[in-house]
Design a protein around this ligand. Structure first.
Ligand SMILES: CC(C)=CCC/C(C)=C/CC/C(C)=C/CC/C(C)=C/COC[C@@H](COP(=O)(O)O)OC/C=C(\C)CC/C=C(\C)CC/C=C(\C)CCC=C(C)C
Ligand SMILES: Nc1ccn([C@@H]2O[C@H](COP(=O)(O)OP(=O)(O)OP(=O)(O)O)[C@@H](O)[C@H]2O)c(=O)n1
Ligand SMILES: [Mg+2]
Length: 181
């Protein structure tokens, strides 16, 4: 196998493993709106706990879409036998964890005084990856460690900011996102 083919396989595997999280994050934008998760309440510092950018509809819609993709992946990997099958726990923790990470980020963003939608380079791009990994490692450490080898982790960390930027620019031009970042 040439080095190019090897690298290509690593990238495909990284995308495959991250897919529930990669789908949950942008579909939360699509389904988002309505009641905010913090119910419009402020923290002790007088600023919003999370802000209007984190809603129940986004959280539920995004998690559901991620889970549906994960269930489809389980069917596909049984046919192919080459791709890693996500565990049922991992499907849920990758999807919910992505949006959980995004929520935790917004909490700290508000505490630092950043307005909703303000730019926070790298953190805005990796919040959902970290959230998905932390919850998956917490609830299914065996699946996590056997699937996410160090090389896959590095690939995801490099690839995600690029994919995030591209999807956000697409989202901005089709008027689903208010900011192109
Ligand atoms: C391995 C195999 C067999 C297949 C892999 C297929 C493949 C190419 C998978 C990756 C595609 C993918 C979904 C990439 C995006 C992942 C990602 C990093 C998403 C980040 O989400 C950003 C989102 C929210 O931003 P926020 O963090 O600031 O809250 O941005 C919102 C964007 C939108 C609402 C635009 C609409 C997007 C969708 C409905 C999701 C589907 C996206 C695409 C089809 C575009 C993918 C384009 C590429 C190749 C980057
Ligand atoms: N749990 C979520 C996550 C996202 N969204 C929607 O997706 C948009 C983009 O998400 P994101 O960039 O994460 O939020 P921001 O508005 O930028 O807010 P923050 O500064 O808190 O990141 C939000 O404005 C909101 O409409 C949502 O409704 N519910
Ligand atoms: Mg944002």
């Amino acid at each position: 196998m040439s080095e190019i083919t090897y690298l290509f396989n690593i990238i495909i595997l990284a995308l495959w493993l991250m897919l529930p999280a990669y789908i949950a994050n942008p579909t939360a934008v699509v389904f988002g709106g309505g009641t905010p998760i913090d119910f419009g309440k402020n923290w002790r510092d007088g600023r919003r706990i999370l802000g209007d950018g984190k809603t129940f509809r986004g959280l539920i819609g995004g998690t559901a879409c991620g889970i549906i993709i994960g269930l489809l992946q389980r069917q596909i990997s049984q046919v192919g036998d080459i791709l890693i099958t996500p565990s049922l726990i991992a499907i849920v923790t990758l999807s919910f964890g992505a949006l959980f990470g995004d929520i935790v980020k917004s909490f700290f963003k508000r505490r630092l005084g950043f307005a909703r939608g303000a730019k926070l380079p790298l953190i805005d791009q990796l919040d959902f990856v970290i959230g998905a990994w932390v919850l998956t490692y917490a609830f299914d450490p065996q699946w996590f460690t056997q699937s996410f080898e160090p090389l896959i982790i590095i690939t995801v960390l490099i690839l995600t900011p690029v994919l995030h930027r591209v999807t956000n620019i697409i989202g901005y031009y089709i008027k689903l996102k208010k900011e192109p970042w």
